[in-house]
Design a protein around this ligand. Structure first.
Ligand SMILES: [Zn+2]
Length: 498
């Protein structure tokens, strides 16, 4: 008789300082009806893409298993998930398991905080375990997981992305899936070995291909490849979360005998801790960074506003970096996308070719930082109107349709500004190209991102300049009030020792 598999995706990276609410509709942006997907619709939408759920779909097919996908939900990072949304995503997964199945495959983020639970993934897994104490469960996670004991103790197999930008989403789930599949066949008996260090690493210092992380990631990847352990993952953690289980984590999958995995865990964690000072990003004033950009030759020069990065919970409408670029006289720029549905409406109403003045962005206040939204008055010609949809061609989320809603391009002379209705990070060149802006032809590209832009924009960038604009994804931890993290915690407590 065919095995019955259940696979589900529930993904949210929660920035507890973000003012953006996260109702159920946030998990359905771009899909008709404003609901997350399930069943055949989920398989059709996500199958074949470079994401974790697609790997589980392929695995079920390879194994000839019957597959139930009760939930496929993914939202851009934002504030805590509403209780209503969490219940409506978690319950179908628990119900599918309750019906009886041979294995559960979960594609989770690992940094979800809900209104009632500071450990969203742990709560989901706890509920699954309550109805299926012995069920084999594979969990694939984002590199930015804030790992909790409940999560570890509830999973049979766990893996995490080895890349940032995350270009191995499919492979991460395939790794977890293969290990669980071997478990089901009785070939192996996996044991999770794990550990943590009390450090918040800056996300700008988490690129897998550069130091300080490169050696650590290379070591983990090599250990898995050589068979030293079944799987090896290191999680940088997500620092914009005021919760007790933050920190850098290593998760190793051992087969029965754990000694080698324990030694590897200690060596990975020690390497990270010894390099802790290299994981701190020292902030340069915004004006100085733009002055520096003006001295650089050629283009495109990619200006990265990392203080307002939507895929870390940013509002995507903080205008200071744009204002400073104008103040310093930058020209030949493409900017965006800036989140401002109201401005899009005004531009659509005015029509292509019309000159308009809009109060752009600055619609969202950030009470956790004591910041008021500050719109920027801009005059220009409405150049284009788009539906905000394009297919990703870069190595991250390859093949997936992106959708930042009704959008419009405002041409001020100095800049073509792309304005959108749904929040979406610029990581693929399609974001500009779908709106008739050729990014390689511009001298400056001002985008809101941290690392993911490297997937699509780094190959065309002559120079990259990081801009420390204000916002809820700032790298200046001094701006945030951490009440619930464990102390001491590096670098909040710089002088700490273990
Ligand atoms: Zn991530």
């Amino acid at each position: 008789m065919a095995k019955r598999f259940v696979a589900a995706m529930i993904k949210h990276e929660t920035n507890t300082f973000s003012p953006i609410p996260t109702p159920l509709g946030s998990f359905a942006v771009g899909y008709p009806g404003g609901r997350p997907l399930s069943g055949r619709a989920a398989i059709d939408a996500y199958g074949g893409a470079n994401i974790g759920l697609a790997a589980y779909i392929d695995l079920a097919r390879e194994e000839g298993a019957e597959l139930d996908v009760p939930m496929a939900a993914n939202a851009a990072p934002s504030g805590p998930v509403s209780d209503d949304a969490f219940e409506r995503m978690a319950e179908p997964v628990v119900a599918a398991v309750r019906k009886g199945c041979d294995a559960l495959f979960l594609d989770l983020h690992g940094a979800m905080v809900t209104e009632s639970h500071d450990d969203g993934e742990g709560e989901l897994l706890r509920r699954v375990r309550a109805v299926a104490p012995d069920l084999p469960i594979a969990v694939s996670l984002d590199f930015h997981t804030n790992m909790s004991r409940t999560m570890v103790e509830s999973a049979t197999v766990m893996t995490g992305y080895c890349t940032y930008p995350h270009i191995d989403m499919y492979e991460t789930a395939a790794r977890a899936g293969r290990t669980l599949s071997r478990t089901l066949k009785g070939e192996i008996k996996p044991v999770i070995v794990w550990g943590k260090r009390p450090m918040l690493t800056h996300t700008l210092k988490q690129g897998h291909a550069v130091q300080p992380l490169k050696d650590i990631m290379d070591r983990a990847v090599a250990a898995e490849r050589s068979g030293e352990v079944l799987n090896a993952s290191v999680f940088g953690g997500f620092p914009m979360a005021d919760i007790p289980h933050v920190g850098l984590t290593a998760i190793l999958m051992a087969d029965r005998e754990t000694r080698a995995a324990e030694a590897l865990r200690d060596s990975l964690l020690d390497m990270a801790w010894e390099r802790r000072a290299d994981f701190v990003y020292e902030v340069e004033p915004l004006a100085a960074s733009i002055t520096h950009a003006k001295t650089l030759d050629g283009g495109p020069i990619v200006l990265v506003d990392h203080g307002d990065n939507v895929f870390s919970g940013g509002t995507q409408d903080v205008m200071e970096t744009v204002a400073e670029s104008f103040r310093q006289g930058l020209t030949d720029m493409a900017v965006g996308p800036i989140w401002d549905p109201q401005a899009v409406k005004e531009m659509v109403k005015a029509g292509v070719g019309t000159k308009v003045t809009v109060k752009l962005g600055g619609k969202t206040s950030m009470p956790a930082l004591g910041l008021q939204g500050q719109p920027l008055e801009v005059t220009g010609t409405v150049r284009r109107i788009t539906d905000g949809r394009y297919k990703v061609t870069c190595p991250m989320k390859t093949g997936l349709m992106m959708d930042h809603g009704a959008s419009a391009v405002l041409d001020t002379g100095a800049a073509e500004i792309l304005v959108c209705s749904e929040r979406m990070e610029a990581f693929d060149l399609g974001v500009f190209r779908h709106a008739g802006i050729e990014p390689t032809a511009k001298r400056y590209l001002l985008i809101k991102s941290r690392q993911h832009f490297r997937a699509g924009f780094e190959p065309i960038a002559k120079h990259i300049v990081l801009l420390s604009g204000p916002g809820v994804t700032s790298s200046d931890y001094g701006l945030f009030r951490f009440d619930n993290v464990p102390r001491p915690l590096y670098p909040l407590d710089r002088a700490m020792t273990l």
